[in-house]
Write a protein that binds this ligand. Sequence first.
Ligand code: DLZ
Length: 205
Amino acid sequence: MSEVKGPSPNAKVDGSSLRIAIVHARWNKVIIDALVTGALNKLKEAGVKESNIIIESVPGSFELPLACSRMIAGSHIQVASNEVDLLGGLNFSSVNSPKVASRSGTPAPTIPSSNQAFDAVIAIGVLIKGATMHFEYICDAVSHSLMKIQVDTGVPVIFGVLTALNDDQALERAGLGKGDKKGHNHGEEWGLAAVEMGSHVRRWN
Ligand code: DLZ
């Protein structure tokens, strides 16, 4: 019997030629770690090579749009070739860090024909409502900015930002809920969405 909610499992895509970036915030780290792991597992299951996955972190969700925008523009590659240090002291890493972009001059992934550094970017953050209006402002700004980046650049930006009203809601959406409310790790769908959209956009270009 099919589920009412969630994506259909039918879209099986070969990710072996795709380049994917994961950009994540560091607020609410335990939940973030589970979501990043979920996304990463699905990327690898779909055949995305470790050398074509880059993981970058930023302080909080509010910083995700700028980081995604610069990753799509390929700023990390310019840093790697020591031409222009656009990102100051930021420390880029990847699943397979010795083989990809770094400030030490090791080879960066080649830029695909679309002239974009990545086929898709997954933006991961966990926003949990507090006592003030901070949550509403950040949720609104981040969701609109991420949508604008993907539409303006033509590079899919997967919306991996949990906007939870309390800790339990966030934990359950990372598969970390308590007792019989363990929930499901939404990072897995974000990984699959990145592969599917990256592959679609290659065809559509
Ligand atoms: C300030 C703040 C607060 C209150 N809550 C969160 C949160 O729940 N999740 C998150 O990712 N970031 C939070 N931040 C940090 C902001 O996103 C941002 O990093 C700072 O305001 C600095 O620009």
